[in-house]
Design a protein. Structure first.
Length: 265
């Protein structure tokens, strides 16, 4: 039996960007059920009190979209008794490893070279399009698992913004949530208390100057243009959401019906 979540958002000390996506409206006038689909940043730094709250949700499965490099940097998720953990990397550790090392360790000139003049935002747009087009097997696995039995489910990556954001968006599209509502939920990741804490080496005076933070902002913002690019790639590659779900994610009509039964009131 699905447990109901408190309507007030929890104050989690060691987990960023946690939320229940229940309540979002569907195109046919229904709403996403509360207490069945959650999203967040990683759980590696969850406190004992955080773990008590997470355990109270009755979670069946936690999908962790981080790659091995992320897990080495942040640590593994805490273990919650009776909860299945599925690691499903949505990015290759080697892909961009040097770039992210530079983000953490690079000086101002290096950051300017790779992020200035819109290059940071362009990188994010390309990443969203690529993740949507090339990770169909992973997204298919998540949706089939949720349709089968894996709810309540928590989907997370490192910041809970990009890889988890795309995966949540795909899940919401599959059950007919309105696109505007999907976008509004995605943009919630910009709230100050939700944002990923940027880790930079060096002194605070040099590592986190206003110019450095401005250069880095495209990487750590949730911007409408990023998710819109993912949606555009659905239309460009498959000609629309229904064909994307059917051909790209191999979702049979009956599987979509089971998904809706699991997730929608």
């Amino acid at each position: 039996m699905t447990q109901q979540v408190p309507s007030t958002e929890p104050e989690l000390a060691g987990v960023r960007n946690f939320r229940d996506v229940g309540g979002l409206p569907t195109v046919d006038g229904r709403r996403l059920r509360q207490g069945v689909l959650f999203r967040s940043g990683h759980l590696a730094h969850a406190t004992a009190q955080d773990a008590v709250f997470l355990s109270s949700l009755g979670l069946h499965t936690i999908f962790d979209f981080r790659n091995a490099a992320d897990q080495k940097l942040e640590g593994p998720d805490i273990a919650l008794p009776g909860v299945r953990n599925v690691n499903l990397p949505l990015s290759d550790p080697a892909d961009g490893a040097e770039f992210w090392k530079m983000v953490r360790d690079g000086d101002l000139e290096q950051l300017r070279a790779v992020l200035d003049d819109g290059k940071g935002a362009a990188r994010m747009v390309a990443s969203y399009r690529s993740t949507l087009r090339n990770r169909t097997a992973e997204h298919s696995r998540v949706l089939h698992a949720i349709a089968e039995d894996s709810v309540p489910a928590l989907l997370h990556c490192a910041a809970g913004k990009d890889r988890a954001g795309i995966s949540i968006a795909v899940t919401l599209l599959a059950v007919g949530v309105e696109r505007d509502a999907i976008m509004a939920d995605y943009l919630e990741s910009n709230a100050k208390h939700r944002r990923y804490k940027v880790q930079r080496s060096g002194s605070a005076q040099s590592a986190y100057t206003p110019e450095v933070m401005e250069l880095l902002s495209p990487l750590f913002d949730a911007r409408a243009e990023y998710l819109a690019a993912a949606f555009d790639s659905i239309d460009e590659t498959w000609g629309g959401v229904d064909r994307y779900l059917e051909q790209g994610l191999r979702l049979a009509p009956e599987t979509r019906e089971r998904l809706r039964a699991r997730l929608v009131d």
